[in-house]
Every structure is written in structure tokens, then in C-alpha cells.
Design a protein. Structure first.
Length: 79
């Protein structure tokens, strides 16, 4: 929620990527019933109100928000 609010109030050159897993899951997916490491990601999943704010931003049509992915290709040497 705070991140969405920050981007919305920031100058037009400030934008944010939003990943699918941050739209789909909140911290309960990671922590409820014991830690589930397959839900671990950075930034860490947060409360439901944060997930809802991200979903609203992602579907708002506002060009300050766009799809982010976790693909970060690296050369074999830098792994």
C-alpha cells in the first residue's frame, strides 16, 4: 500500500514494476501453517491490504505501473 501511494505521489519519472506473485499471494501463503519456502520472494510478501493495493494499481491502466518478472539472465561466469 505504501509503495503504491509513494509511486502515485512521486514525479512522473518514478514508476514501478509489479510481479504476478505479489498480486496473487500475501504473507499468509508464506507463513500460515508453517513457513513455505516456495512462496519466498523479494520483496517479501506482505499483508492482504498490500496485495489488494498492488492489484488495483496493476489493473488501473496507470502507466506508472507495469509488469515485472523475476527473469534476470546472468552469464555463467557471474552466477
Amino acid at each position: 500500500k505504501e509503495a503504491v501511494d509513494y509511486v502515485l505521489s512521486a514525479p512522473s519519472n518514478v514508476k514501478a514494476s509489479i510481479t504476478c506473485h505479489h498480486i496473487l499471494y500475501n504473507r499468509n501463503a508464506l507463513l500460515a501453517g508453517g513457513i513455505k519456502p516456495h512462496f519466498y520472494c523479494l520483496p517479501i510478501l506482505k499483508r492482504e491490504c498490500h496485495r489488494e493495493a498492488l492489484l488495483e494499481a496493476a489493473t488501473s491502466g496507470n502507466p506508472k505501473f507495469f509488469l515485472g518478472t523475476d527473469s534476470a539472465p546472468h552469464t555463467i561466469e557471474s552466477k
